[in-house]
Design a protein around this ligand. Structure first.
Ligand code: HEC
Length: 152
């Protein structure tokens, strides 16, 4: 093979590799945007539940929101695959270096949200108010270990 042809092939290969890396970054950025949006939506849902609980209305209607949060807690680790660090993420490297701890934090959240749903279904007002705080604790527990603190 002539030197010119090998050089062209090398440049082409390097170009493909760069394109692949750029594609990977774009995929990671899409995923980061999706999980940040899901977190924001879950925050809105969770805050709305607090308002409904404090308002003293029919808590049985909160079951749907609680089950949605539990489903999100179940799916959550899947939106943090290897390679989705960097970029605009606020996830700490511990999400990947301490995977078992991160998954446990998500499982704790899912379980707490499921209990919240059960209490809502039962119409247990004091129980649901107390459990709302338990769920909030599972949000904070994960954020403390796996998310950059908010800059204030
Ligand atoms: C298992 C870990 C975990 C749990 C549980 C968790 N979060 Fe998060 N949360 C994160 C991580 C990690 C980020 C940063 C995501 C990123 O920037 O890629 C985040 C980001 C957020 C954000 C910022 C989103 C944005 O726009 O950048 C909000 C709001 C949020 N979480 C709310 C909540 C609420 C409310 C709960 C509980 C109802 C909760 N989270 C439970 C790990 C968790």
């Amino acid at each position: 093979m002539s030197r010119t042809i090998s050089a062209i092939m090398l440049v082409a290969a390097a170009g493909l590799l760069t394109a692949a890396v750029q594609k990977r970054r774009a995929d990671a950025d899409d995923l980061i945007a999706a999980r940040q949006a899901a977190m924001a939506l879950s925050g809105a849902t969770f805050g709305g539940m607090k308002a409904a609980i404090d308002g003293g209305g029919d808590v049985t209607k909160l079951g749907f929101s609680a089950r949605a949060l539990a489903a999100w807690g179940h799916a959550l680790p899947g939106l943090f695959p290897a390679g989705s660090d960097g970029g605009t993420t606020k996830a700490l490297p511990s999400v990947w270096s301490d995977r078992a701890g991160f998954e446990k934090a998500a499982a704790n959240y899912e379980a707490a949200a499921r209990t919240l749903g059960d209490l809502a279904k039962a119409g247990d007002k004091p129980g649901i108010a107390a459990q709302w705080a338990v769920v909030r604790g599972t949000c904070s527990a994960c954020h403390d270990g796996y998310r950059q603190p908010d800059r204030k």
